[in-house]
Write a protein that binds this ligand. Structure first.
Ligand SMILES: C[S@@+](CC[C@H](N)C(=O)[O-])C[C@H]1O[C@@H](n2cnc3c(N)ncnc32)[C@H](O)[C@@H]1O
Length: 263
């Protein structure tokens, strides 16, 4: 009897230790990756002032303009809801699921989308999302690279899509060169708005530079996925998608793929 109790205790001690180790690993990884909540405070400056980001929104707008109204749209890693907003404005009858694990990002999205009643907020990572319906359209912009295990995540995306459903996928593949982005944005802003306004926007957006540096570090440490366009395409095809269109975007830092779930 005594030994059974003892072995029970040692099991629970081992389980506690494993849980502590998992928690330590999670907090170590969190410290070495982007702080999405901090990023959320100035994230929408990208939509306001970064022409490369605006081009992506335009690409998505064109994609959505060319399809029949979807029944169900998933916006995976939807951040502050820029793409869900686009979808909600175009398709007020569609059910939109914004999957976003970070509370800071999600709160911004909820504020931005407060005028719409067709949005469901899913506050988990893609890997833990439990949604009882399948999507006929998925939007996944600049979030796949930051998720754990892209092979499994692409399978999740495939499983969430109806056969024949469409996915608008954009993923950051190359390492984030903060100096390059800084000089690109600064010359754009001074040209468009003058020096004073450029300095003001840079000051407002200082968290963006900080988090982009964190993204760069995480890419270098292998915590965030980097890939070429061909590597992303191969992973997407292996997960059961057919690629309809592919191009390099976001100043060649990212790849855009329009994909169809195999029948
Ligand atoms: C760079 S932001 C992109 C936001 C938005 N798609 C956009 O382009 O404006 C990356 C987002 O991916 C989210 N993310 C990180 N890990 C995730 C996961 N496992 N599942 C879903 N989203 C995730 C982050 O919380 C963050 O909001």
């Amino acid at each position: 009897m005594a030994s059974r109790v003892q072995s029970g205790n040692s099991w629970s001690l081992k389980a506690d230790r494993r849980e502590n180790t998992d928690q330590n690993d999670a907090s170590r990884i969190a410290k070495q990756t982007a702080d999405w909540t901090a990023y959320a405070t100035s994230y929408d400056l990208l939509a306001d002032y970064n022409p490369a980001y605006q081009e992506l929104v335009k690409e998505c707008d064109e994609f959505l303009s060319g399809i029949e109204p979807p029944r169900v749209i998933f916006d995976v890693g939807g951040g502050t809801g820029t793409y869900s907003l686009l979808a909600a404005q175009k398709f007020p009858e569609s059910a939109i699921y914004l999957i976003e694990p970070d509370q800071g990002m999600r709160m911004r999205a909820q504020e931005k989308l407060s005028g719409f009643d067709n949005i469901t907020y899913v506050g988990t990572g893609l890997e833990d999302a439990e949604i009882s319906v399948k999507a006929d359209t998925i939007i996944c912009v600049h979030s796949l690279y930051s998720m754990p295990d892209q092979t499994e995540r692409l399978k999740n995306l495939r499983d969430f899509l109806e056969p024949g459903g469409l996915m608008f996928l954009v993923d950051l593949g190359r390492t984030m060169n903060v100096t390059d982005w800084r000089s690109y944005l600064f010359s754009h802003l001074t040209r468009e708005y003058g020096l004073i306004k450029a300095l003001k926007v840079f000051w407002q957006g200082r968290e963006i530079a900080k988090q982009n540096k964190a993204i760069f570090e995480a890419q270098k440490n292998g915590l965030y996925w980097t890939h070429t366009g061909a590597e992303l395409a191969a992973s997407v095809e292996n997960a059961g998608f057919e690629i309809i269109k592919q191009k390099s975007v976001y100043r060649d830092y990212s790849d855009l793929l329009l994909c169809r779930a195999a029948m």
